[in-house]
Write a protein that binds this ligand. Sequence first.
Ligand SMILES: [Zn+2]
Length: 345
Amino acid sequence: LEFISTISYRDPLVGIISLFSIVLLVWLLNYAINRYKSIQKSKQLERFVENFITSQNSSEIEFEKLVSEYPSSAKMLFVLANGYFLSGEYEKSARFLTLILKHTAKNDKDTTVNVMLTLSRSYIRLGFLGRAKAVLIELLHLQPRNEAALKELVSISARTNEYSDSLGATEALSEINNKYSKYADFFHAMMALKNGKLQEPVLDLNPYFTRERAKLLLVNNELRVLFDLASQNNNAKYLTDILWQTYPSDEHMEQIRLSSELSQIFGAKGLLECEKYDSFELEVMSQIHDKNIADLVFKYRCNCCSKEELDYFAICKKCLTLSSCEIEPVLAKKSPNVFSLESFS
Ligand SMILES: [Zn+2]
């Protein structure tokens, strides 16, 4: 204090000290306000989360109480949880079924198996294929020849294109019923294809393998062999989109004219005169191919459930039918303003 009283207020030191005091005061005030704000914010977040947890779990808490009070009534509780599954509330059915598995007596094997099967189906609907697979494998430990579980396991493999994991499941299925043996053959052939060992005998198994061979021939420019393959056993209808990309020379035209399907495809391209067309789109294309106003694009549709995919498929991911993909040519208008590499020529 003595120091302060000895210096005159005109001293420049007073100005500096008061400036620093003001800066310090502002900083402290700002810090306190920010701290208060962040505390309020975290409280608000806590309240929100609390609210979220209690509101979402109230029915779950009730259910858990029910399950722990009546551990021997798994069958009845399963009916309740299955109701959620049937009404499309898969998240709820998955949670409730897990609670049943956790609390109830395991001596009722049939109900446990049913609970696990519906749990795996709930996970499949929710998109958790890995979890669904784990539940199914656990179920098959309990009941190795459960047809429904084996089928779900095979369907997961078909959806994810992972065939090696479910080879055993397809074999078990074909032992239960011979109608499933084509799935086992198909899975074996898909694995061979993945390992680069596509063999001639599998070509008949699924048009998918014929297409793989055709693609290879196209890449290697073996057009004569490709057109031969397309002329056999009505293969052309599985290869329309691949054939549409080829540019045959004069030496191939005689070979093409021998097949009605090939004549229609290359007639639509304007390479030969074709009298009769089965497809409306190909016929229209044959009339306007030289006007450069339209092109053909291709759609891939399951002839059992009508599901469409972006590319050709060997097995329908929705209804699991083998060899059900149909190629549908569609006319697409060419826009004159589109800037593409072709516009250079
Ligand atoms: Zn289908």
